[in-house]
Design a protein around this ligand. Structure first.
Ligand SMILES: NC(=O)c1ccc[n+]([C@@H]2O[C@H](COP(=O)([O-])OP(=O)(O)OC[C@H]3O[C@@H](n4cnc5c(N)ncnc54)[C@H](OP(=O)(O)O)[C@@H]3O)[C@@H](O)[C@H]2O)c1
Length: 336
């Protein structure tokens, strides 16, 4: 089958179109005829091999263990493993091909990919393959960190990085829960943030939200470009802070460990700072989270924004566009 093959870590020069044998589903896996796959920052991490620690976390030390990149797919079920009960050939599905951490290649940039049964959900009929492929990784991280119980109706929620893949979903989740939402991003992207339902927008190039004198009940922070001391100025005393973290395609310079030291520091600090505690609710399984995302898409409460679609052979151009930071919504690879 045709697939994008990654022959080492580094730049887009390590990605090329090739021929590889189609994957064979394990007993709990589904073989999907891929129609669309998304190009997102975690695909960049594994392409670049940055932060370096990801190579020790299962991605592969000298080069990627799984050579075909991509994790988020939408397509049609081709065949199922013997233990699969929820899908049959011909079903339209979307989801994540990987198990465990996001920092590994998942084989999505190919004509066929396998995914664990629990990593897939039925694609809502009214949603296109491209729109569905834009959601899984970003939607799962947004929903895990912004579950309904964390956002009481009427709460003031600020989403920093609101136009990005994760932030744009967080804005819509918070609106769906009945929150008042402030979206922070670059001026060129604020119209998009407003169109997703944000009540108020802030251009980070002209205003620092931690110095406006305003306070929020929850700050959902994708870029993580403020110290926690600064964030506290903008949080109500009982407010909560959620850090996602973004390496800005290497620009933050955290080449070895990425955002991990910052996350660990915040976890340690959560012992004395309730604003960093998530609460005692267990996160639902991936399968349930995907079903919730599908329901939100079907009801129109979650709209996915596709910036551009590239054919499989133009994955390098798609990656270049993602890394430019100019995309207004998700970058998608289409496989015909
Ligand atoms: N931990 C996990 O399990 C997990 C799962 C999924 C994703 N992630 C991570 O989540 C991160 C975000 O992914 P994404 O898809 O949302 O990225 P994205 O699409 O690149 O979005 C990031 C957004 O933040 C904006 N931004 C940059 N600097 C800013 C600043 N100083 N203030 C406010 N906004 C700023 C960017 O705008 P500009 O154009 O101005 O840069 C962009 O719109 C990635 O690093 C990804 O690896 C983690």
């Amino acid at each position: 089958m045709r697939a994008i093959v990654q022959d080492g870590y580094g730049s887009i020069d390590h990605l090329s179109l090739g021929e590889v044998p189609p994957p064979v589903p394990a007993e709990d896996e589904v073989l999907v005829r891929v129609r669309a796959a998304s190009v997102h920052p975690d695909v960049w991490h594994v392409m670049a091999g940055r932060p370096v620690v990801l190579r020790l976390m299962g991605s592969g030390v000298r080069g990627p263990r799984e050579r075909v990149p991509g994790t988020d797919v939408a397509g049609v079920v081709e065949s199922v493993g013997s233990a699969v009960t929820r899908f049959t050939p011909g079903d339209e599905v979307f989801g994540e091909t990987i198990r465990g951490i996001q920092w590994s290649n998942g084989g999505a940039f190919a004509e066929y990919a396998t995914a664990p049964e629990d990593g897939l959900a039925p694609k809502p009929p009214r949603v296109s393959f491209e729109e569905a492929a834009a959601v899984p990784t970003a939607g799962l991280i947004a929903l895990k960190n912004l579950p309904p119980h964390r956002v009481p109706s009427g709460a003031r929620v600020l989403v920093n990085g609101a136009a990005g893949g994760v932030g744009s979903i967080a804005v819509q989740l918070a609106k769906a829960y009945g929150a008042q939402v402030t979206g922070v991003d670059h001026a060129s992207k604020l119209a998009l943030v407003q169109s997703l339902g944000a009540d108020q927008v802030i251009d980070y190039t002209v205003e620092d939200f931690t110095r406006t004198g305003e306070q929020w009940d929850l700050i959902f922070d994708v870029p993580g470009n403020h110290s926690f001391g600064a964030i506290r100025r903008a949080l109500r005393p009982q407010g909560k802070y959620v850090l996602i973290g973004h390496d800005a395609f290497g620009a933050t310079g955290h080449h070895w460990l990425g955002s991990i030291p910052r996350m660990l520091g915040l976890m340690a600090r959560s012992a004395v700072s309730p604003q960093l505690r998530g609460g005692s609710f267990a996160s639902p399984e991936k399968r349930q989270l995907l079903a919730m995302l599908a329901e939100l898409m079907e009801s129109g409460q979650l709209r996915t924004v596709v910036d551009s679609t590239y054919p499989l052979e133009q994955v390098r151009e798609a990656m270049r566009h993602l890394m430019s930071g100019q995309a207004l919504g998700r970058v998608i690879v289409r496989i015909d």
